[in-house]
Write a protein that binds this ligand. Structure first.
Ligand code: ADP
Ligand code: MG
Length: 277
């Protein structure tokens, strides 16, 4: 059965790998088009994972946005699942940050606007990514480090679907507020990630760090971070205000994707002109 996909696509070298998948370059034998084919070994996975995989596929099929990796085709065999995806060739944003040290503020504005618009699109479709990080942000081409696409929906879930399940499971009139809140606030995790990514893009290191994991967690729990002068003095106050409104513990006070798109940092050119302490 796996032979079917090999009749259509020639598998070339490995492009990358995640916890449960290997991604290969696949070339369509008929038209020579290049794709990224994610191969997931089902035998390694439990029942829950199988459910998550199906969810990832359902999500990817619905999603269409210039800054989100598109799913072209799916092959489901007893042993393996093959996801034929749009190929991007610029590598992980993470590696680009390491290579450059950090992005200029004007470039960070351009990148973050694309990331937030993709997140806004996902959230308005009832999708929460839940694993936004530079490793899951891929650059579309090698010669333009400002064209970014979001990959890897393995951990995301459909808010709308969960809402429907809740409604189906009991009379909505009796549902406690925290149940609804838990779902409603879920998408705020992505905006926290946007705050962390923005911070890293601008200075090259993460806002929360420590010698041990519990130490890092403690800083995160209190949103305890700062802007070391050597790296941040030349960055605009709008950039810091943007981050300050994302790295907020209280999810009701955190900027939504829609509101983040309206923030001054993403909307005027102050970033390149004003450098205030
Ligand atoms: P996982 O869900 O297992 O973490 P990812 O979707 O993050 O898998 O893919 C793992 C790696 O494969 C990525 O970090 C990237 O290097 C590479 N990769 C994934 N999708 C593509 C793609 N569409 N084009 C090019 N490389 C990709
Ligand atoms: Mg990944």
């Amino acid at each position: 059965m796996d032979g079917d996909i090999e009749k259509i696509y020639e598998f070339r070298h490995e492009l990358g790998r995640g916890a449960f998948s290997v991604v290969y370059l696949g070339v369509n034998r008929t038209n020579g088009q290049h794709y990224a084919i994610k191969v997931i070994n089902k035998n390694d996975l439990g029942k829950d994972y199988e459910k998550n995989l199906k969810m990832e596929v359902d999500i990817l099929k619905r999603v269409q946005h210039p800054n989100i990796i598109a799913l072209k085709e799916l092959f489901d065999t007893p042993g393996k699942l093959y996801l034929v995806m749009e190929l991007v060739t610029g590598g992980e944003l993470f590696d680009k940050i390491v290579e450059k040290g950090s992005y200029t503020e004007a470039d960070a504005v351009s990148l973050v606007r694309k990331i937030v618009s993709a997140v806004d699109y996902l959230h308005s479709s009832g999708i929460v990514h839940r694993d936004l990080k530079p490793e899951n942000l891929l650059l579309k081409t090698a010669n333009n480090d400002l064209e970014v696409a979001i990959a890897d929906f393995g951990l995301s879930k459909i808010v709308g679907q969960q809402m429907m399940m809740q409604t189906a499971c009991g009379t909505p009139s009796y549902v406690a507020p925290e149940v609804l809140n838990a779902t409603g606030y879920d998408k705020e995790v992505d905006m926290w990630s946007v705050g962390v990514i923005t911070y890293i893009l601008l200075c090259g290191f993460p806002p929360f760090y420590g010698d041990t994991i519990p130490e890092i967690f403690e800083f995160i729990m209190e949103a305890n971070f700062d802007y070391p002068a050597d790296y941040w003095d030349h960055i605009s106050k709008e950039a810091k205000d943007f981050i300050n409104h994302l790295l907020v513990v209280d999810v009701t006070k955190r900027l939504s994707a829609t509101d983040a798109l309206k923030h001054p940092w993403l909307n005027n050119n102050a970033a390149s002109t004003t450098a205030l302490p």
